[in-house]
Design a binder for this molecule. Structure first.
Ligand code: ASP
Length: 347
């Protein structure tokens, strides 16, 4: 390779950026501009690393659409001058954030890898070093003619690289904090870094110029069904002022109560222009509208089929597509279509 790949490391906050003060035993924020001094291992990587840190790093529980835009703007402004991006956020909402970033960029030709850790980087037993070092290696990975191997938004944690918009945080304690039930890992890190080339995102688009969209609408809600849910609850939620989108978490393969009060409330909301998407509460598998009688009414009244999308990604896609101001028909069409590999084609 003629030049070393240039990697931009963006630190937004989260556990990874903490370091233990061994005199007091307390955890404190880590100055990421000094990362190369603090983690000398990074100097052995065959790349040039620059860092940008949020002035006030956040716990990812405080993440919102304005921070999504801030992260995406940093990537867009530095896109031409860098070969890859590693974004550090807290793991709690990393699946939501990385999914949103995947929609905000169309025609991405460079890797954007999200990572973080369960233990702070300054902790002796930390998982942060491996997550960070391998994420940077993935962001640097090139194939013939210097082409980046990854041209999508990934999430790397505990030896696995996933498509970010397929992930869910599944464990608050174990190092293996994420899973991707409906799509296998894009890469696995063992003695070698092994890429599953056939699973990587490949755009059919001939035009490779980056399109950046940042009009996100956050007037959305996740409505999780449970046995015994009352009409008062559903009615109140569907009448939230200015509500534009509902992620309806249904049972199994997209099933919901058949009682008329429930269907009538949803139908009235759809009539008012609220977009309602059916996703399953199950960790894996897909909504199949019309498979059971308990979902035929949903199909009839115009509920959108979320297929095998995760709730996290459905929220991100909803915010993104609402910002596109599409007709009802186009909204349904694009929601049900994989835009960044977030839905399986066979569905
Ligand atoms: N609460 C932290 C956060 O999401 C946890 C982590 O960093 O993993 O910001």
């Amino acid at each position: 390779m003629a030049n070393k790949p240039k990697i931009l490391l963006i630190y937004t906050g989260g556990t990874i950026g903490m370091i233990k003060d061994y005199t007091t035993g307390a955890l404190k924020a880590f100055d990421f501009s000094q990362i190369l001094e603090k983690i000398p291992e990074l100097q052995h990587l065959n790349c040039e690393i620059t860092t940008i840190s949020f002035e006030e790093p956040i716990d990812s529980s405080n993440m919102n659409t304005s921070y999504y835009i801030k992260i995406a703007e940093i990537i867009a402004e530095n896109y031409a001058a860098h070969d890859g991006f590693v974004v550090l956020t807290g793991s709690d909402t990393m699946s939501y954030t990385s999914s949103a970033i995947s929609f905000m960029f169309e025609n991405l030709q460079k890797p954007v890898i999200f990572t973080g850790s369960q233990l702070p980087i300054g902790d002796l037993r930390t998982d942060a070093k491996e997550n960070l070092i391998t994420s940077i290696e993935i962001a640097c990975a090139r194939e013939k003619e210097d082409e980046p191997i990854i041209k999508e938004v990934g999430l790397y944690f505990e030896y696995k690289l996933y498509r970010a918009n397929r992930t869910t945080k599944i464990n608050a304690e174990q190092f293996e904090a994420f899973n991707s039930m409906n799509y296998p890992p894009l890469a696995e890190s063992g003695v070698h870094l092994h890429f599953n080339h056939h699973l990587l995102y490949k755009s059919n688009n001939k035009d490779t110029s980056l399109i950046f969209r940042k009009n996100l609408i956050d007037d959305v809600v996740v409505l999780k069904l449970f046995p015994g849910i009352t009409s008062k609850v559903v009615e109140t939620i569907l009448n939230i002022p200015n509500l534009k989108g509902v992620i309806l978490e249904t049972y199994g393969s997209g099933n919901a109560p058949t009682e008329s009060w429930f269907i009538d409330l949803l139908a009235a909301a759809i009539q008012k222009g609220i977009r309602i998407v059916n996703v399953t509460q199950c960790a894996g598998g897909s909504v199949i509208l019309g498979l059971y009688e308990t979902s035929t009414d949903l199909k009839r009244i115009g509920v959108i089929n979320g297929k095998d999308i995760t709730t996290e990604t459905a929220v991100a896609k909803m915010m993104y597509l609402l910002g596109e101001e599409l007709s009802d028909e186009d909204f349904k069409h694009y929601f049900e279509l994989p835009l960044r590999g977030e839905i399986s084609l066979q569905h």
